[in-house]
Write a protein that binds this ligand. Structure first.
Ligand SMILES: [Zn+2]
Ligand SMILES: [Zn+2]
Length: 236
């Protein structure tokens, strides 16, 4: 049976609003029989998160622990309406996986046209693998335009398992993203967005939404390690 084999979105104590160590996160992923977990700490633009030195020191963490792969990445912030990130391309090129997301603490809120252009700007960045929680109702977008741009660039859009709790009323946008992605052949990714290790590997909401709107699990980039690694390698 096809299933999600990697949690691509996790946080740790380091960001200032997480509650587990990276070791606990990795062990939790191994305990729920995943094959990989991505460490995707908030970028330096997020108030209270880590600086660049954190990402430069990932080398000390093994790429395999407790029998699973450890991907060392970030959740970069969209910093302006052009969709520029809080990392330059040299930094991003050194990471295994890059999520780019809007956060109200740092990302300006524009009109629908501006928000759409902002996401499309981030999608043009060759090192962005996944757009994080594009179902954020605080940033209304032309969903079809964003999905089209993502499909054209081979960037995955995230179905974020924490959205119902973290982004109230996001379900309609999530549904619209899934339906457009299905129709336009865009890739999706699933992540827990865990800020505590007990939430790592919880994909219940994502599974429910993907099945409800008929998006084939086989087209989710983290439904097999082969698919995942070829997605991550595509521009590296
Ligand atoms: Zn966070
Ligand atoms: Zn986020």
């Amino acid at each position: 049976m096809v299933r999600i084999v990697a949690d691509l979105h996790t946080h740790s104590l380091a960001c200032g609003h997480g509650f587990s160590t990276v070791t606990e996160v990795i062990r939790a992923a191994a305990d729920c029989k995943l094959e990989a977990v991505a460490l995707t700490e908030h970028g330096p633009g997020y108030p209270g998160s880590v600086g660049y030195a954190y990402f430069n020191t990932y080398r000390d963490i093994p790429s395999e622990m407790f029998g699973i792969s450890v991907l060392k990445g970030c959740e970069a912030n969209l910093m302006n309406l052009a969709g520029e990130l809080d990392f330059d391309e040299n930094h991003l090129a050194q990471l295994d996986i890059v999520i780019a997301s809007c956060h109200k603490e740092v990302t300006p809120i524009g009109t629908i046209e501006q928000n759409t252009a902002m996401y499309i700007g981030a999608i043009q960045n060759p090192y962005v693998d996944i757009i994080g929680h594009p179902d954020f109702p605080l940033y209304p977008i032309d969903v079809e335009a964003v999905v089209r741009a993502a499909a054209a660039r081979g960037v995955a859009l995230e179905i974020n398992n924490s959205s119902p709790a973290a982004r109230p009323d996001s379900e309609d946008m999530c549904a619209e993203i899934i339906c457009n992605a299905k129709r336009l052949g865009a890739k999706l990714a699933v992540g827990s967005d865990a800020h505590y290790h007990l939430v790592v590997g919880n994909f219940d909401y994502a599974y429910e939404m993907l099945s409800k709107y008929g998006y084939p699990l086989e087209q989710v980039i983290n439904s097999s390690m082969d698919k995942l690694l070829s997605h991550l390698k595509r521009n590296r």
